[in-house]
Structures are given as C-alpha cells and as structure tokens.
Ligand binder design. Sequence first.
Ligand code: IVH
Length: 678
Amino acid sequence: MDEKQAKKKIQELKKTIEYHNHKYYVLDSPEIDDKEYDRLMKELIELEENYPSLKTPDSPSQRVGGEPLDEFSRVRHTVPMLSLANAENEQELREFDNRLRRLIGDDRSFSYVCELKIDGLAVSLVYENGVFVRGATRGDGLVGEDITNNLKTVRSIPLSLNSSYNLEVRGEVFMPKGAFYKLNEEKEKKGEEPFANPRNAAAGSLRQLDPKIAAKRELDIFLYSVPYIDIEENIEKKEFQSHYETLEFIKSIGFKVNPYIEKFSTIEGVVDYCTGFLERKPELQYDIDGIVIKVDEISIQNELGTTAKSPRWAIAYKFPAEKKVTQVQNIIINVGRTGALTPVAFLEPVNVAGSVVKRASLHNEDILNEKGIKIGDFVEIQKAGDIIPEIVRVIEEKRTGEEKDFVYPKECPVCKTEAVRLEDEAILRCINPSCPAQTVEKIIHFVSRDAMDVEGLGDKLVEKLYNEGLIKDVADLYYLSKDDIAGLSGFGEKSAENLINAIEESKSRPLTNLIFALGIRFVGKKAAGLLAKKYRTIDKLLDAKEEDIAEIPGMGEKIADSIVKFLSDENSLSLINKLKEAGVNMEETQEDEGEDRSFEGSIFNGKSVVLTGKVEGYSREEVKKILDRLGADVKNSVSRNTDIVIAGEDAGSKVDKARELGVEIMSGEEFLDKVGYL
Ligand code: IVH
C-alpha cells in the first residue's frame, strides 16, 4: 500500500470507527460487536504507525493521547458561560412565568422547553472545520481551563463531525451512577477516600492532569446549547428559530442530547413535569438536581435578554432536599489533624439522595446542645446541598425515655490529654502534639494531593501503616522498604513496589508542597507558596524573622507567629532534619512557581475575599486554591476592606460582621456556581 492508498484507508477507517462510536456511546445501539470494533481500531493504529505523518489529533486512536500536563492553561470563552437563577418551589415557578408574561406583554404566546438539570460540570466544546479542537471548563464564566485532553477521553464526544462546522456546543459532563459506584468500590479496596457523589467524582476526574486517569473514569455528556455556529465553506451563519430546534440539530450532528426534553405552552405543564421528575429521579442512571426551564422561541429569548449573571428567559427548578428519618446509634468524638475534637453521630444506615448515610458531623458542643440530640434519638436527616449529611431535628414524639445524654469529654478520647477550648473557638482541642489520632491525620494530610501527593496512599492504608508500627511520623514514610509493605495483608510484590515508587517520587515536590504538607496552623497552600517564593530553601525559612514573615503581603502577624512557633519547636526541627536526610527536596525553583495565573476579568480578580464555613465537597485548601487562581487575595478576617465573604455551611461570626459592614456575602453554593465547580 502506498501513502496515498494509506491516506484513503485511514480516512475510511476513521469515519467507520466514528460511526460505530456514535452508535455505541451516543445512541446505545451498537451494530457491531467489541471484537469487530477492536479489529478496526487495530487496523487504524497499524496504518498510523507505518505512516506517522497521517496520524491526526482527531483520530479515534488519539482519545487517550498526550503527556500529563503540569497545569491547565486558561481559555477565554467567546460567549460568557452564564448560570441560572433558581426556583425553590412551585410558587417561584409561577412567579417566573408571571414575570416573563409581564415583560413581553400578556397578549403574546410562547412556549417552554423543560430539560433535566444534570448534576455534573458545565463544559464548552469547540469544533473548527468539524474537528474537536478545544474543550474547557466553565471556570468563572468568562475564563475557564483547557481540559481538551480529558474531554477527548469521553467516548460520547465526537472527535470529528460529518460537516465542516465551526461551532461551539455546551453541555454537562457527568459520571453515570453505575460508573460512580464501581469507582468508589475500587477506591475503597485501595484504602482511598471514596468520592461523596457522582458530581465530585466527575469533577475530580476532569481535574486530573494526566488524561489516562480521566480515560478510566467512564464519563459521559449531554449537550444543550450552541453559542455560535457557521459553516467554513461559505461562512454562512446558521440561525435557529427555537431552542427545541437547536437541540434537534445538536442531536442530528452526532452529539448526545438528553431524551427527556418536553415542550409546554403553559406553566401548568411545566409544574407537572417538574413534580413528575422528582419521583422518577431514582430511576435515572445519572444524578439530576432539578429541571431547567427555557423559553423556546429564540426571538423572545433575545427580547428578554440576560442580567449580569443569568438569562432572564430560563430558570432552574431545584428539587427539595430529600429528608429521611433514622436513629442515632452513638455519638463519638473524632480527633482531627489539628487536634479538633468533633462530635460525630453514628446513624442507623439509611439511603438519602442516592447514597447510604452512616454518620453526620455535629460540628461542636454548641450545635449539639442547640439541637438537643441524645443517643438513641430518632432524627430527621438531609444532605446539605445534596452532599454533606446533616441532622435537621430530633423527632421528640418518638422518644421512649431510654435515650442517653451525650457527655462531652474533658479529655482527648485517644491519648487522654486534657481537652482545652481555645480563645475565640467553638470547639475543644487535644493539644498533645504526639496524640496518635492527630498523628494519623497529619500523615494523611502530608500525603494528600495538594501536599506531597503520594499516589495510592489513602487514609485506610496510612492507618494500617501506623497501627502496624511501621510509621510513627511523616518522615518514616521515606524509610519504608518494599518488604515492610509487601508483608501487609492485601499487598503483593508489585503493589508494594508501586507504593514505594510513589513515595520516592514525592520527594521531589516543590518546597511549597512541603511547607503545606507540614500542616502548620493557618498555613494553607497559598501562604506556603508565598513563603517558598520568598525564602526558596527551608534553611532560609528556618532563619526568617517573625516580623519579616508578617510583612509578606497576604500573611500577617497571626500566621507569622504560628510559623515561627512551629519552626522553632524541637520536634519540628528534628522532623525536618529526618526528611532532609531521607532526600526530600527542600527548595523552590523559579520553574516550580509556574506562570502567573491571575484570571483577568474574573469577578474575584483583585478582590479581598474571606472564607468562612465549609464549602460542600471541597476542602478549605481547595477553595483557597481556586480563589488564588482567580486572582483573589484570601484574608482571614473581615474588615471594611473586604470585598466578598464566602459563607459555607456553619459559617461563624464572620458573616454577622460582614452584614454589619455591608460586605457582599456569597453562599458556598453560589461560589461553586460561579467557578463552575472546579
Ligand atoms: S442551561 C445560560 N441546561 O446548571 C444557561 N444548564 O446554573 C446555561 N446544567 O452551569 C445553562 N443541566 O452546569 C442548562 N439542561 C441544562 C443543564 C444545565 C445542567 C447546569 C450547568 C449550568 C448550571 C446552571
């Protein structure tokens, strides 16, 4: 076969494979079996190997291509990716309808299209000349991150279209429930922390810098809009008359569109559709968190226009949080990395909103007392924001008199050191630095993704290594041998070797990661980055004066005090020495810093932001990191100079202060909505 013939054959194979891919992954009606599909792929790969110049990025052989990235680059959206206003109940839906009728005039008729609100992540897919060239996250709506390589691994995304369109389509990437359960089972087997829900699993997969990981995650996508489209040959703009027509078009060119789309001419129809799906939600193979209602006629959409945040012609009807009743079997105290003693209710397992809930944090003594929860009580629980289980109330009618009061301990339940309540804090702490429970949590933090990022070393495995006496502190990890690990149950030669390699690899993390990994109080990833940038080596940091640290913009006295206290402590010093002797990198190079990632145009850019409470599904460090990348200056306390306070769950007095000062308050959910959950 000469090159010309090979080119023709490759083109044919690409078309055939894309055709069968569409049949299998989009239409769910395969025409050929896996063996035949594999044979076609094999033929294509062989030809491409013989003629490397004929291998193009849109080839089906290139779905899992590309080396792992160091970081994602930024992409400015051609048309902003807006979010939707919410309707919490039927009444708000009717108000929405009244508002629209008022705005466009009562005498004119229009229709609504109802779609499922897929609980995943919004993405944009750009095709040039019919070829998929770029996929991005929503980011803050103006600028997102380029996740093309990860999106290419999503089999229902066509790499090339039948016509040479220049277009952008948008939709929601999600993880089907089946894939989510399978992934969590695997994670649990490996002793890794499972994902809380399919959306977090999908987000976690798209955040991976190595597309090979995303490729294993069985992600899927539904598309729902076309922000722009033209055809290359005659730059003819295609105009749609209605949203429904747009959806039919998206489907006709090979994309996956959700099948449960319905058109209604009255709000009554819309309301029935919404309540109907509330019941059908469990039958679906993927999670939905509501219904999206859109005006069908594009001309009326244009008349209504958009506000700064969302289109006036659409609304998201949010399903009410599912509530269940269960019994409190016990209340125990959990010891955190910083010694925080948090009461946790162990519950009779019950399925709420798609997953089994076994425990719920009670946060602190005040909350526990306020809710009046006793051991043995029947309680109503729900998932806040569909993620974190919380106890809503005690069902007092169900009390028998057998319930027992929970007595808050005076000491750490693990090391028995006296518990103290520090000034300004609602929680009790164990202040014994060598408390075993804290040590385990410290090691878990040390190996976590933002810290030393030891792949494959999950919480359960850390506990096991600690309980077996193989590690007593974080530095011991670097003195483990393959034999130590191979001797543990569940390990073989190969898995032990993988773990040792992952530990070895973590030695070369930049100083920023190491400082963060040490778990110094108040030192998150951002502060660690500032310290590493200023001092470059651990030795220089050890010599740093408190006043100098305090003066670094973004630090302040409280953080400086905590750093100096930590670094002058005998135990910390010997730990650092032990890490040094093991060969752990203690430097930050210019390269480690990476490019300047301030997001010009982001609503957070240049803003002073204070974070309080917990943002569902994200650690404080992750939220800080997102804000940092968006150009925000994250501060610890609210003042007149604060621009935005992000109030997650159980936000404290900072919110009152913000209210008092008239500072903008944003809920955790709004924040996630603005940054597109990444
Ligand atoms: S339309 C301008 N349709 O919900 C309107 N959104 O806050 C753009 N979503 O960011 C969104 N399913 O991530 C639309 N069928 C659907 C959707 C949907 C899920 C998500 C999307 C968006 C958020 C709205």
